[in-house]
Each structure stands twice: as structure tokens, then as C-alpha cells.
Design a protein around this ligand. Structure first.
Ligand code: AVJ
Ligand code: FE
Length: 437
């Protein structure tokens, strides 16, 4: 990169770091200190753990690895090592109290602004195109989504607010879109801030299939519930059946039956379940059971990415469904601008070339696929980001939710979780193979 290119990259990295920190501070300043140290669910860390972990990762990658400096507080590293302490036990650790956690994260950040000003953004794989700064910004944004999940699990009156998503739906849409068969390019080798599991680009043959134009809505999902979907073993993976029996699950998480209607609680507000909104807070097993009930199936990860990126006119794979431009507010519901997904059929300007909508933003979408490395994968820069999670126990989610920032979202981005998880901002869409026509 020439000097102009390097300065643009530096500005981009600075913007990404600043935006992430603004969001972190919003998520941690709207509750009292005792709320930051409380554990709102055994599935989650106390918010104060995320705050200091964000600072600690930034220190490890930018202060130590990039700038080559000594640890600022070596004694706290192990407290904020996600592998050493499972979430459930984090509240009992001698964590930095809120004031110290804030001061630590702020101190690291001040030093890093200086490092960023001087760092050469090339010559080392970690620094090329500012990758490691982008990685740290994405890491902070990922924890911001995690903290938003903690907020959703937290009891009590609302502390967050945002305008409702825009209503800009067009006329009736076809229920599904046919994606033609043949090879396409999956993954990326040239997206500068793509993480290791998105690499490298490779050709993948995907036979023709049909995919839902929009994510499955609450209204559609309610029909599955009303049809006795949760009491009919036929639709369920055996492990999913065991989970819903054991825990008495009969509807998405945060839904509650009130007389004749379904209510849901979101960020402290209880309201009737809106029919047109994509369903949220279902496990992979629930998504899989719904799809079977509907005579369909979940899309594979490769099908999802082909629907999102493949341009039949050129044969090329795009960065995003709408093209190569960075996501704008007209394309997708991202970045916690709103506190929930937009009605199905929204964001016509974000549609794929074949007309599939809301692939990016709104809700994470469960896919049928296990989280596995692409051919030619190499762990970079650390095995604990992706490699240790590869295997059949994790299912891939695609597309990002309303709580994902644009810096951590693209057509190639891969997320994963256990198939029992329901607290994440996950929904799904369904598909079917075309040869069954
Ligand atoms: C990619 C969202 C599964 O939150 O566990 C954060 C991201 N990795 N810190 C997670 C992550 C290390 C990760 N997910
Ligand atoms: Fe982390």
C-alpha cells in the first residue's frame, strides 16, 4: 500500500476501534456497578468480565504482540482467559471491580492509539492492511453483542432504547427463490480483515436449490407451535427432543402464553409477539424441527453463502448480497441501531441478485452445517479463535443479527454455537433441493 492507502487504512482502523469502544461504554454505563458484577445467567459472564477481557485482549495483541511491550498487568491475564474459566464460574473470580476495569481498558486504549499512529501497516502478516487492529475491533464488537445478550437475559425495567427498525416493505414477495446449480467461490483470500475461518477462497459445487426469500417469521413459527410441533416427536432430532422434554420447552425463549395470545419479553419490555418479525431465540434443534414440519430443511452453509454472494450475471461472488459496498443503513439492520430485527421483507436495497432478502443483519441464521475448516485452512493468528471449535458439536450460523456491527459482518463471515443454544440472536430460513421438483 502507498502512503495514501496506509493513511486510509489507519483511519479505518481508528474508526473501528472508536466505534467499538463507544458501544462498549454504552452497554456498561447504563446500569449500576452492582449490576455489572452480577451474573444475570449462568450462560453469561458478568458484564465487568467482558469489559476487562476486551481490554486484556487488546493489550495482548496490540501492546504486546504488535508494539513488543511488556505486560501491563501480567497477574490478571489468567482471570480473563476464556479457556481457563468457564462463564458460570467467572463471578466468583477476583475480577477487577467496575472502576478498575474501566480504567484498565481506557489505559490500554490510550496506549494503543499511539501504537496505531506509528505502526507500519504492512510487512508482517499480523499488520498487513491493518489486520490485527481490525481483528481487535471485531473482537470488541463480538463481545458487545455478547453483552447485549446479557442485557436481554437481565431482569428488571428497560435500560436500553433505540428507534424501531424502519418500515419499508415492498409488495408481496415470492416465498422462495431458485438458486441455479453449479460451482461458486466460497470464502475469501482477499478480504483484508476476514478472520482465519473465512479463508481461503475455494470453489464449491452446489446443486440447484430453493431458499426462503425472507427469514421465518414469528407468525409462521406460531403456526408450528399451534399445530403441536413441540409435542410431535417426528419433527425432532433425538437430542433436540430430549432437550425440549427435559426443560419443558414449548416455544422460543422469552415467549410466554397469556390467555389466548403469545407475549414476548425483549430488553425489559413485554408485548404481543409481532407476526411479521423474524423469529428469534430458537435453538438449532427448534429450527431443524420447524423445517421438517414445513416439509423443508435448513440450508447448508454453502447454500447460504451462494444465495448471499453468487451473482449469476458475472459468475463472481460478491462481498455482500447487494454488491461490494460496505453495509449502509439502507442495506441491512446491523450495529444495534435498533433493538430487534425488522419485519420480514424489509431492506429491498440489501437484496441479493436473485432477490433473497435480509441475509445480512436482523437475525443470525442457523445452517445445517457443522463448523469445519475450509480446504487449505491455517489458524491465524491463534488456534483458540476458530481451530479449537472445529467439529460436529458446533453448528454454523450466518449473516449476523441486528446486534452485529458492520465491521464483523460480511457474506463470508462464519459464526458457530452449540445446537442447544437459544439466548443468542438466532433465527433461520429454510430451503429445499431443486431436484425434488
Ligand atoms: C465467534 C461469537 C463464537 O463469542 O465465543 C470472542 C467470538 N472469540 N472472543 C465467541 C470470540 C473470542 C466467539 N464467537
Ligand atoms: Fe473474547
Amino acid at each position: 500500500a502507498g502512503t495514501a492507502g496506509a493513511e486510509a487504512l489507519r483511519a479505518r482502523a481508528l474508526d473501528a476501534l472508536v466505534a467499538a469502544r463507544d458501544r462498549t461504554l454504552r452497554l456498561t454505563s447504563c446500569v449500576a456497578d452492582d449490576d455489572l458484577t452480577a451474573q444475570h445467567s449462568p450462560l453469561m459472564s458478568p458484564l465487568v468480565w467482558d469489559l476487562a477481557h476486551i481490554g486484556n485482549q487488546e493489550e495482548q495483541w496490540l501492546w504486546r504482540a504488535v508494539a513488543g511491550r511488556d505486560a501491563l498487568r501480567p497477574e490478571i491475564d489468567s482471570l480473563y482467559d476464556a479457556f481457563e474459566h468457564p462463564r458460570a464460574e467467572r463471578p466468583s473470580l477476583p475480577l477487577l471491580p467496575p472502576g478498575e476495569a474501566r480504567a484498565y481498558a481506557a489505559d490500554v486504549r490510550l496506549r494503543i492509539l499511539d501504537v496505531l499512529e506509528r505502526a507500519p501497516l504492512e510487512g508482517r502478516p499480523l499488520l498487513d492492511a491493518g489486520f490485527v487492529f481490525g481483528m481487535v475491533a471485531q473482537h470488541e464488537q463480538q463481545h458487545d453483542e455478547t453483552m447485549l445478550i446479557t442485557h436481554q437475559l437481565r431482569k428488571g425495567p428497560p435500560v436500553l432504547s433505540a428507534p424501531p427498525p424502519p418500515v419499508h416493505r415492498s409488495g408481496p414477495l415470492p416465498a422462495e427463490v431458485l438458486v441455479p446449480g453449479g460451482p461458486f467461490t466460497m470464502g475469501t483470500s482477499d478480504e483484508p480483515w476476514a478472520l482465519d475461518n473465512e479463508r481461503p477462497a475455494h470453489r464449491r459445487d452446489v446443486p440447484a436449490f430453493h431458499i426462503d426469500t425472507v427469514p421465518v417469521t414469528n407468525g409462521a413459527y406460531r403456526a408450528f407451535v399451534a399445530d403441536g410441533g413441540y409435542t410431535d416427536r417426528r419433527w425432532w432430532h433425538p437430542e433436540g427432543w430430549a432437550q425440549i422434554r427435559e426443560h419443558g420447552i414449548g416455544a422460543p425463549l422469552f415467549w410466554r402464553r397469556d390467555g389466548g395470545q403469545w407475549l414476548r419479553r425483549r430488553f425489559g419490555v413485554t408485548e404481543p409477539v409481532p407476526e411479521e418479525e423474524p423469529v428469534l431465540h430458537v435453538s438449532w434443534y427448534e429450527a431443524d424441527a420447524y423445517a421438517r414440519w414445513a416439509g423443508r430443511r435448513l440450508p447448508t452453509e454453502a447454500e447460504w453463502e451462494k444465495a448471499a454472494r453468487y451473482d449469476p450475471a458475472t459468475g463472481r461472488s460478491r462481498r455482500h448480497p447487494w454488491g461490494d459496498a460496505d453495509p449502509g443503513p439502507e442495506h441491512a439492520n446491523l450495529g444495534q441501531r435498533h433493538l430487534g430485527p425488522a419485519a420480514a421483507g424489509s431492506y429491498p436495497e440489501g437484496a441479493s441478485p436473485l432477490g433473497v432478502r435480509q441475509l445480512i443483519g436482523d437475525v443470525w441464521e442457523w445452517t445445517a452445517s457443522d463448523f469445519l475448516p475450509y480446504p487449505g485452512f491455517t489458524a491465524f493468528p491463534y488456534k483458540e479463535y476458530s481451530e479449537v471449535f472445529f467439529g460436529p458439536e458446533h453448528k454454523v450460523l450466518r449473516g449476523g443479527s441486528f446486534a452485529v456491527d458492520a465491521v464483523a459482518c460480511r457474506g463470508t463471515f462464519r459464526n458457530w454455537d452449540l445446537p442447544v443454544r437459544r439466548q443468542i440472536f438466532a433465527g433461520f430460513r429454510t430451503a429445499r433441493s431443486a431436484e425434488l421438483d
